[in-house]
Every structure is written in C-alpha cells, then in structure tokens.
Design a protein around this ligand. Structure first.
Ligand code: ZN
Length: 172
C-alpha cells in the first residue's frame, strides 16, 4: 500500500518536472526571427530583453506614429497617410501592434521581422547614433525584403520609393 502511494507520488513528480521543462523550453515567437537577422546582417544579439508587446486600434497607432496634427493636415489635403501596422518604441523597448494581429502567424511574420530590426538597431547602438529616426527605416525594409525573398513570403514587398522618401525627410 505504502509502495503504491510512493509510486504515484514519484510519477506525479516526474510529470511536474516534464511539464516544467517543456513549458520553459517553449521558444519565444521572436527567437527564429532574431536568429535569422543575426545570421544575415551586421547585427549582434547577446540576450538583451525582448521588447514588450501591446495591441492598439488603428486610430491609436496612427496618432502615436504621426501625431494628430499631421493626420488632420493629411485629411484636409486628401492624401491619406500610410496605415501603421506596428511600431517600435526604442525608449521603452516596446512593440505596438494592430489589435487582432497574431504575431505568431506566418502571414504577419514579415511585420514582426521588420520591427525586430528596429529592436536590434537599438540594442546595437545604432539608434542612439542616429539623429533622424526615419533613416533607420531603410535597413529595416531591406532586411524585411531579404527575409521575405528567402522565405517565399507572400506579404507585400516594401515600396522603396516610399522608403527613400522617408529617409529624405531627414535631410530637410
Ligand atoms: Zn520601421
């Protein structure tokens, strides 16, 4: 009788250990993207804390990205601003995504890869050396496009004319 109880307790302990290890070894959704970026770029990764993740409405993301003044001006000029799907805040090391977006899904992976370039620019000291944050977009879009090409990703390719326009806003 005592033996049976001991066996059950032992098996229960083994189960807990297995549950603990399988849950702690579960890869983070950013792991594979970071590994690819380190392999395919000048960036290094030394285990810096991943950005925190939060989800926001389209309206909120547009306001955070452009500011309400610029949005109003664009509305008056009837030249709508490009819709923001994600943002990286280097000051708080946080990622903001459009609500309802599944950042572990294949179809949104190119967006996550792009934002993680900004994270690596930050941890590799590039952001701090940059006077104009918009100039960081060039590298992020190039690496995003290379990632899409290598993974045969159907997501929309970056518009490099738009990227050039973004960077040129720096020299003004
Ligand atoms: Zn970007």
């Amino acid at each position: 009788m005592g033996n049976t109880v001991n066996t059950i307790l032992f098996l229960a302990a083994v189960c807990l250990v297995i549950i603990f290890f399988t849950s702690s070894e579960k890869p983070h959704p950013f792991d594979a993207h970071i590994a690819w970026l380190v392999e395919n770029s000048e960036f290094e990764y030394y285990g810096e804390t991943y950005p925190s993740v939060s989800y926001h409405s389209t309206e909120d993301l547009q306001i955070i990205a452009y500011g309400s003044k610029k949005i109003r001006e664009a509305e008056i000029a009837e030249k709508p601003l490009p819709r923001i799907k994600a943002l990286y805040n280097h000051r708080t090391n946080s990622l903001m995504f459009l609500e309802g977006m599944d950042i572990t899904a294949d179809d949104t992976a190119y967006i996550v890869v792009h934002e993680l370039v900004h994270f690596l620019q930050n941890t590799n000291g590039i952001t701090a050396q940059t006077e104009c944050i918009a100039s960081l977009e060039q590298r992020a879009y190039v690496l995003q496009a290379e990632w899409q090409e290598e993974h045969n990703h159907p997501g929309p390719y970056p518009n490099f004319l738009f990227v050039k326009l973004l960077s040129s806003s720096c020299s003004r």
